[in-house]
Design a protein around this ligand. Structure first.
Ligand code: ATP
Length: 286
């Protein structure tokens, strides 16, 4: 049996550049991995099939699971007649803007590449991953990157200065599709992605905090006002910066100060059940 870690990501910036003719949107966003992770157990089977089991009832335990699709894609592409049982110990909140499904798929691609001795490169795995979802290529690599196109054109950069990431997820799920449908690309104020890249490369934590920005935030805030409230409280509790991740509803606060992180955790716990104090992971999978 093999255990693979599948870390969540957060968006430090998220911009939507244009709507394409194929229905996808071109984005420009900075993503980085955090040490909140699902654990995936891969057990070889003697029969030529894929079995899947997940600890959370509302995550599909059939072919709709992105981890299942990852195994299936690998089998199809390479003509593999082997079976695997996939067990997902789910720690990442679902439909939360943290790429939980995408990172499970990516971890299965990495894990099976190893277990089945396929010898595919990370780039080849990322290319297969793109057929499953736009965030899968980034999750295959991990680390910190500016993602463009659908999210598959990755420019890897340094990781941000070490800090606490205090995540809070209200008990609602947000549909990424619905948020995209409400975006009016020509009316957006675009995040300063280049300034954020500079801030990260020069290890300027304050500048990183000052440039956290996500064009989906106002849309999700309008649909779910409690998400805006969480961000406001984070600022009140001393966050150096706070922003929503992906299409939400998870909001995260950054701070380098241990006691501020504790205050944020305790303060937020008062009115949101799911609060996670974690660290940035800050490195690429090898
Ligand atoms: P993103 O940030 O990429 O938009 P998300 O964090 O908002 O993703 P996910 O947690 O990936 O959302 O879940 C989105 C949907 O995908 C859910 O409706 C869920 O049922 C489905 N899904 C399929 N496979 C998985 C998986 N392995 N883990 C979680 N959700 C999955």
């Amino acid at each position: 049996m093999k255990v693979v870690k599948a870390p969540a990501k957060i968006n430090l910036t998220l911009d939507v550049v244009r709507k394409r003719d194929d229905g996808f949107h071109d984005v420009e966003m900075i993503m980085t991995t955090i040490d909140l992770a699902d654990r995936i157990h891969l057990t070889p089977l003697h029969t030529n099939r894929i079995m899947i089991d997940v600890t959370k009832g509302y995550v599909p335990n059939n072919e709709n699971n992105l981890a299942y699709q990852a195994a299936q894609k690998l089998k199809e592409r390479l003509g593999i007649n082997k079976g695997v049982s996939i067990f997902i110990d789910k720690q990442i909140p679902v439909s939360a803007g943290l790429a939980g499904g995408s990172t499970d798929a990516a971890a299965v691609l990495r894990g099976l590449n190893d277990m089945w001795g396929l010898g595919l490169t990370m780039e080849e795995l990322a290319e297969i991953g793109l057929e499953i979802g736009s965030d899968v290529p980034f999750c295959v690599h991990g680390g910190t990157a500016v993602a463009r196109g659908r999210g598959e054109q990755l420019e890897f950069i340094d990781s941000p200065p070490p800090c606490w990431v205090v995540l809070a997820k209200p008990p609602i799920g947000v549909s990424t599709k619905e948020v995209y449908q409400r975006i009016k690309v020509d009316q957006l104020t675009h995040p300063k992605t280049d300034v954020m890249v500079q801030a990260i490369e020069s290890e300027n934590f304050k500048q990183v905090c000052d440039h956290l920005e996500n064009v989906m935030e106002s849309i999700t805030f309008n649909m779910h006002p409690e998400v805006r409230k969480i961000k406001e409280r984070m600022k009140q509790f001393g966050a150096d910066g706070a922003v929503m991740s992906g299409s939400g509803p998870t909001v995260f606060a950054l701070t380098q100060n241990d006691s501020k992180a504790e205050r944020l955790y305790n303060g937020l716990k008062g009115f949101v059940e799911q609060v996670y104090p974690v660290r940035l992971l800050g490195k690429k999978h090898t």
